[in-house]
Design a protein around this ligand. Sequence first.
Ligand SMILES: *[C@@H]1O[C@H](CO)[C@@H](O)[C@H](O)[C@H]1NC(C)=O
Length: 230
Amino acid sequence: MEKHVQAFLHKISYCFITIATITLLLIILQTPETCVDPYNPHTKFHHRFPKSTCDYKHRAYTSLEKRNKRLWATSAWSHAVQSYLNVFQELQSNNLLSNLSHSFVVSAGAGQAVMALKNMGVTEVIGVEIIDSPPLVSRADPHSLPFFDEVFDFGFSPFLDRALFPGRYVSELERTVNVGGVCLVAVEECGPQEVDEIVKLFKKSQYVEAKNETLAGEKMTRITLKVIKR
Ligand SMILES: *[C@@H]1O[C@H](CO)[C@@H](O)[C@H](O)[C@H]1NC(C)=O
């Protein structure tokens, strides 16, 4: 490249670097102190930005009990619980699940499937999700479950396709379910090829069945597998 062209390009680069730095500085220095309340955008008063993720004082406080009562009374909630209940009852009639199965739900959301298992009479149920929803769901990373190996008889993920690292996610599911136990995963409705791909993620389990079904108001495919080796 000719010297003067190179010098010219360098000049342009410096120019852009300067502009970017100034813009960044402006953004940092000019951050507004307050924000509009997302729950009540028409209010005259603006809230301070939270200083850290733990600073949630600005939110209107609703007791957990009250919030859960409201959530659990919605028809979306009861439809979701009922749809999971139907699936679990079918597993039960096929001897894949019983009231004594130590069960857990990963990616449990707000706990619809956890409630379905409890309502059915399953005595030991644990739900985990990135964000906790007490009392049904505790906080845990699905890719690194805080459980020992083989502690469950039944593991369920209603949203396997939302996993960031499906391979890792599935291996955690298999690790925590004992040999002879059952893994049930649901994904957005898909065909036999995708089902094959998903089954291949399971290195220690045997395919039992796949069914298309509406779960929690969404068309899903659910896949049942049985853990057969360590
Ligand atoms: C499971 O428990 C529920 C509630 O206690 C009970 O109604 C149901 O009969 C039990 N099911 C079985 C198969 O024992």
